[in-house]
Design a binder for this molecule. Sequence first.
Ligand code: TA6
Length: 312
Amino acid sequence: MNATLIEQLNDEFSLQGDNNNLQFKKGKGDLPVVDIQNSCASACISLQGAHLLSWIPKDEEEVIWVSEDANFSAGKSVRGGVPICWPWFGSYDNTNNETTNNFPTHGFARTTNWQVLSTEALGNGSTRISFTTQPEEDTKAMWPPETSVQLKITIGKKLELELITHNDSATPITIGQAFHTYFNIGDITNTQLHGLDDTDYLDKADNLKRKVQHGPITIEEEVDRIYLDTTSDCVIEDKTMKRNIIIIKCGSHSTVVWNPWEEVAASMGDLGENGYTKMLCVESSNAAEDVATILPGKAHQLWVQYAVQRMC
Ligand code: TA6
């Protein structure tokens, strides 16, 4: 089944050039993936969840972290990469405006299969791939409003992700969403996150208490925070790898920062040995009180751009 699908995808969408190569293949756990190589970067994306698993800009080290103990299986979100949280974030049920445990955490987009809409070699050496995912019986039951969703991923010296939600229904809809990006870092104890100074946040590790950030974020314990009402760009300062990761965003009013630290990581079972020391999630999102309302016939764009800057 997968072999035929992969063949069909390659027939229709593969790109073959010295400087822009895009091929579908069987990935880990038999999940189909697309490998992209161009003059600026290489990348790998799983078709389940349209889940980016790797992005390595030319002459750089891996920017995206995936756990050494990640499970690659149908219907399960891979631990690491860029899971797409949609159409809600956490256990929040936007449809009924209430918290529920009956729905999958972070929505269903990260575990459903996405279809490829197009692939394109861009003039600047980058490669763009566009995906969509169709509602199925079980997802329709969880998410009745008529919506269509597209994800555009542009692989280049910079990485761009754009998640577009169209409200095809006759009434306003409210969505929660996030690029739940796991960044690959040298050592969490030697890393700081800039850009959220003076910002209010909900502290999920402390009963969702509302607090205010002072200065850059350093991680010395479990951090699970939803920074509210912020459109600010962020910078991960990784002194061990001697690089900054610049995160620019648009259409996002909250930023989630997460590192489970040792104890929670151990209880999760798929974070790998000392995995928590090598990752930091900085999630451009619309979460908690910052969910986004889309009027009938309108669309919402959530966009991010990541770039790596070497320290002198
Ligand atoms: O984005 C942070 C968070 O919501 C945390 O609370 C933590 O549980 C994490 O996501 C991972 O969630 P997952 O459903 O992928 O295990």
